[in-house]
Ligand binder design. Sequence first.
Ligand code: FAD
Ligand code: N01
Length: 538
Amino acid sequence: MTFTQSSTPADRIDVVIVGAGFSGLYMLHRLRGLGMTARVIERAHGVGGTWYWNRYPGARCDIESLDYCYSFDEDLVQEWRWSERYATQPEILRYLEHVADRFDLRRDITFGTSVVAADWDESRNVWMLRCDTGETVTATYCVMATGCLSTTKKPDFPGLSTFRGQWYHTGQWPHEPVDFSGKTVAVVGTGSSAIQAIPQIAKQAERLYVLQRTPNYSMPAQNRLLSADEVREALRDFRERRRLCEESEAGTPLAPPTLATYEVPPEQRSARYEEGWRRGGISSLSFAFTDFFTDEEANRQAQDFARAKIRQIVRDPKVAELLCPRHHIGTKRTCTDIGYFETYNRDNVELVDVRDNPIQEITPTGIRLSVRTIDVDVIVFAIGFDAMTGALTEIAIRGVDGQALQDKWTHGPLTLLGLQTAGFPNLFMITGPGSPSVLSNMVVSIEQHVDWVADCLAYLRDRGVDRIEATVEAEERWMRHVAELAAGTLYPRANSWYVGANIPGKPRVFMPYVAGCGQYRRECEEIVNSGYTGFVLG
Ligand code: FAD
Ligand code: N01
């Protein structure tokens, strides 16, 4: 545990923030600007959140670096230089460390400390946070900047403790490089993390087994170095570029499609998909036509295109077929890759289907499947996260009358705007369930949420009030709205982590808001402009 010197009084502060990733760092900066006392509690031994923990080979963002960054400070925007179209994990971590230094944030961050409980004390109008170090932090407001993808799914395979080799989870990667040379390696999972890591591991390992349960769609990143001219131009137009992001659906500046699939003849359709594939990135195909997420048949056209690409790239037809996804494209997060499908043309790589041949147990020397055993030196679990709610429900949060958040959310998360939940006054979530969060460029969504919270606290202070709570009625209305929007799309049909399907026993609820950053921003502004409708102040 490292205690840094704090500039805030020890007994009661204005705001306690949990988490020092993109969200927590900016929240601290905004609160300081308002003259409020604030302190951040962070489990890690450094800043960065996602980019501190996910150090696996190949980790990088899938939103262009020029957009996957803060916009709140013009000097910061202009002085930082991204080197690649999609920045690597080390580069993004360096950026966040730079931000922490530049704005002198570390002196109010306590590292190496986990918050294990948070109790609302109605009589004193405070949150009391208990840490694993035994320390208690008392604050009028609490901001959970704990991340949507920060609680890893545990590899609870029987026999794992007997394994004599090394094993790793992509979301908790060691700080020192892992050397796969001469090793036989198994990667479990074929989501975004695996799809980034597999081509890198394959280059080093003697032999690589990829244990796939469900194949995924992956678009070529078409990554490249950014030229000085391109960066200069993007930075010159940064404000306009960012405005487009803020008003868009996905938080990116790319012009949205205007035509539906069947409004164009078949040969032009393929040309549009091809154009997207050449452009690359997560929206390669989803930006071809307006009905990608809503029309089953239109979606199937894009699926067919993606499957045809896999069959073109992968030489062994049996392997290609096994790699072809069958779900509606886009309804599980589309991956982006650098040479993922090409990796299956290597002699040292074998794709193993663990759908029909599931993992039975881990043995001291490898992995026993139902019909065969694979001996390995190293296992990489790329099995994902308890997304969106995991980091919140693993803290014992108790609100008014001692109500536990875990109990309130038994049938799924309930929030107003993904920012607050009724019965838990003065508690805010950054990119909580019910907000665009994981369906958007998250930095754009984070800045908007942090600004909303900071402006709200300033508003309360100006009116001599220090309590805000969402009403049950407004929350119910919001959740109905979020569910209705999702029901108009194909999203809820997939067994994705968006609906909690990856965590056994998790209630099946489609958690993100699908109507996009711009529409969501307008809904937030309307609520503020009408005097915080749906919230009780004071
Ligand atoms: P995080 O970065 O997750 O930070 C939360 C912090 O809270 C963590 O440091 C954690 O240790 C801390 N914390 C949690 N619980 C506690 C506790 N109880 N006590 C103390 N500390 C706690 N999004 C995009 O938009 N584009 C991308 O390209 C992209 N790429 C990604 C790649 C990977 C590998 C992953 C996993 C996610 C990616 N994401 C991406 C999503 C990414 O999580 C967000 O973009 C963003 O980094 C989230 O920032 P955050 O501060 O909200 O949360
Ligand atoms: O996790 P995932 P992730 N036996 O849940 C498999 C962001 N991100 O870490 O689908 C066998 O997507 C599971 O199989 P199945 C991004 O938002 C972005 O890869 O459940 N297999 C699946 O294949 C992303 O969506 C980037 O059948 C098991 C895989 O493990 C999110 O983080 C990079 C299993 C998990 O895939 C999560 O991605 C990385 C079991 N028991 C992450 N349990 C970028 O590119 C799970 N699996 C920017």
